[in-house]
Design a protein. Structure first.
Lengths: 354, 316
């Protein structure tokens, strides 16, 4: 029993960490630069599909897979998401916040539409499966029979070794990898926030005419923030694909479960605050998955009590009830605690500290 | 002239495009009014449309199940409209009004949240599966078919499409009367042009905002029911699917211009349907899977080239 709890906590940390990376990416766009991006799911899908096509073993169902090393796939996922964001930024960044919101939500839908319709490349609605997951992928034959593992032992020896391990051996490693990536991004963003770049971002967000008057290139800086945020989201998308191992365009990349949850996480944690973004992500993800257990338990109880009454439909609807409650939570936070749990702290200018 | 080309074009591309355009037009009226009077893009508009269609279905089900007689969707839509308008007013009171003095983006965020709340609520109450709105295959109107057949100009228009055309025209006329002849309509236009000036001249802005929700709600309701009549079923995603084309229509026509929204809606609806017509070669010009992309492309081009829209609306 205790062991099951350990695995549950590990999976909470893994998915929470992935969402934290999403929230950090959104924090660059919204928290730093004030760009209202509601197309997170689009960048996540770009990252996930790039990673999946590059790293899966060759398949007749979709383009590739090219079987590239996993870190390379993740890097290219970031770059692709950044390029897509750059193109969007060039067109849409001048728009007022409402229009940017409409444009980004539209782009996310178009990206999903492309992944759904270009069946030659993405296998359409049936999706891509067997996406290699970090650490776990070593126990696949194509990885342990090639470098770097082949330097240390014969395939037979590796096969025997992996067979002797319990089937969850990779879970702690994968969770720590996700958390490590999250930590590295956090440190980099924290550095960026305190640096002149971050302070300039705040200036642009708070008072655009003043920033423009003091000679800042507002449009270029905004595109920068948009691209950096999108690259982080692309990386998170690649990790998301690893966690799921099967991605398809409609249900995997449901705007409610990606875009919306990430927004609630950032707003709850505190927009503009990197620690807040991570705290919000873990908090909301814990509430989200715990509420699943509670609601399922409650439904089981109801089924036990009203024996014979058909309660099957309740089960399928429980997930929507959770979504509704999270939506209400967002409204409460927006109205009562608009600054979030950890409010933004403005860095003082180095010259200002005596 | 009326060869197989014209027959196919008119009946299978042009008329469906016009029907879709009418639905977008009615939805876009609400969006353009809230955008110009309350100054925010209401993301929950599509979901309200969808809720309206579900409520209509419920009224119809109650009528045929409990009272024992079937009613036409348009009749059932009347009591459902009241509920939808109520939903709009309650949403405004509790979720949008607190932000009236705050940044616009807060309200947009709140409406984005409302979109999810309303959709989930519908999914909890009615379940996530598709429901049949009107069963059976819609036959073309027999009278119109015979009449147009006799003059060698065969038109195959089902009754549901005729209802949609007539309904949209009726709504347009009522709206035009409201905006041009009544006191509240003139006040709405004044607030849309300049809220501060309108306030100074003694216009009750709160009343205008209520009127906006009522008018927008009634139009959204009509759009939702027409859409359900057209596709003959109900899905919880149908509101979200309509959202982007409706925004595109509102922006194309110019924010704050109801007639612009109607024109924009018709243009977007026609463009979406006609993009699948085999203009070049045999296959469709654009795969039907990309229909939504057409609306979006028009919107983006418009935002870059002429953000104030065709009718010189407000550009923020």
């Amino acid at each position: 029993m205790d062991f099951g709890i350990l695995l549950y906590v590990l999976s909470l940390l893994t998915v929470g960490g992935i969402y934290a990376i999403f929230a950090l990416g959104l924090n660059v766009q919204w928290g730093f630069a004030g760009l209202f991006n509601v197309g997170i799911v689009g960048f996540a899908a770009v990252g996930a599909y790039t990673y999946a096509l590059l790293t899966t073993a060759g398949s007749t169902y979709h383009l590739g897979g090219f079987g590239f090393p996993l870190p390379f796939g993740m890097l290219v996922a970031m770059i692709t998401a950044a390029i897509v964001a750059g193109l969007i930024g060039l067109i849409c960044i001048r728009l007022r916040s409402d229009y940017l919101a409409i444009a980004t939500i539209g782009i996310a839908e178009i990206i999903k539409l492309i992944f759904k319709n270009e069946t030659e490349i993405t296998n359409g609605p049936r999706g891509i499966n067997k996406i290699p997951r970090f650490w776990e992928h070593f126990s696949e034959e194509r990885f342990y029979s090639s470098w770097p593992l082949s330097w240390f032992g014969t395939p037979e020896a590796w096969d025997a070794f992996f067979n002797s391990l319990p089937n969850w051996w990779w879970q702690p490693f994968f969770a720590s990898t996700v958390l490590l990536i999250m930590y590295v991004i956090y440190r980099m963003l924290e550095r960026a926030r305190i640096a002149p770049w971050g302070r300039m971002m705040t200036a642009i967000r708070e008072n655009e005419p003043a920033a423009r008057a003091s000679g800042k290139n507002v449009t270029a800086r905004r595109i920068e923030a948009f691209v950096i945020g999108a690259a982080i989201m692309g990386l998170a998308g690649a990790l998301f694909a690893q966690h799921l191992r099967l991605i398809e365009p409609t249900n995997t990349f449901d705007p409610a479960k990606v875009t919306f949850l990430v927004w609630v996480m950032l707003i709850l944690g505190g927009s503009g605050n990197n620690r807040g973004a991570m705290l919000g992500a873990f908090l909301i993800w814990t509430i989200w998955s715990a509420s699943e257990l509670i609601i399922t338990g409650a439904i089981d109880l109801l089924i036990d009590i009203f024996d014979g009454v058909d309660m099957g439909s309740l089960r399928t609807r429980a997930g929507f009830l959770r979504m509704m409650l999270i939506g209400l939570l967002l409204q409460v936070i927006l109205q009562k605690f608009p600054r979030g749990i950890l409010p933004e702290v403005r860095p003082a200018s180095p010259k200002g500290i005596k | 002239m009326w060869n197989s080309f014209g027959f196919e074009f008119i009946n299978f591309y042009f008329i469906p495009g016009l029907v879709l355009g009418c639905i977008y037009a009615l939805g876009a009226i609400g969006i353009t009014l809230t955008f110009s009077i309350l100054r925010f893009a209401n993301f929950a508009h599509g979901e309200t449309m969808m809720t309206g269609a579900y409520l209509t279905w419920t009224v119809m089900a109650i009528c045929s199940g409990v009272l024992g007689f079937a009613v036409h969707p348009l009749v059932a839509a009347v009591p459902a409209t009241l509920l939808v308008v109520l939903l709009f007013l309650v949403t405004d009171r509790y979720f949008y009004k607190p932000f009236r003095q705050a940044d616009t983006i807060k309200v947009v965020m709140a409406s984005f949240g409302m979109m999810l709340i309303i959709r989930s609520a519908v999914q909890v109450i009615w379940g996530p599966n598709q429901l049949t709105f009107v069963p059976g295959i819609a036959k073309p109107n027999a009278y119109l078919k015979d009449w147009s057949g006799s003059i060698d100009f065969l038109l195959l228009i089902p009754n549901k499409h005729l209802f949609i055309f007539v309904g949209t025209i009726a709504f347009m006329m009522a709206l035009s009367y409201l905006l041009n002849k009544t006191r509240i309509g003139k006040a709405m236009r004044a607030v849309s042009d300049s809220p501060d000036l309108a306030h100074v001249t003694g216009i009750n802005v709160d009343q205008v905002i209520r009127a906006t929700w009522i008018v927008g709600g009634a139009c959204a309701m009509a759009a939702g029911v027409f859409l359900a009549m057209d596709i003959q079923m109900l899905e919880t995603t149908m509101g979200f699917r309509m959202l982007l084309p409706m925004f595109a229509a509102a922006i194309l026509g110019g924010i704050g211009k109801p007639y612009g929204a109607v024109l924009g809606g018709l243009v977007i609806g026609l463009a979406e349907e006609l993009s699948a017509y085999p203009w070049i070669g045999d296959g469709p010009l654009l795969s039907p899977g990309y229909k939504t992309g057409v609306a979006f492309a028009i919107m983006v081009v418009m935002l870059i080239v002429r953000p104030q829209g065709l009718f010189k609306g407000r550009s923020f």
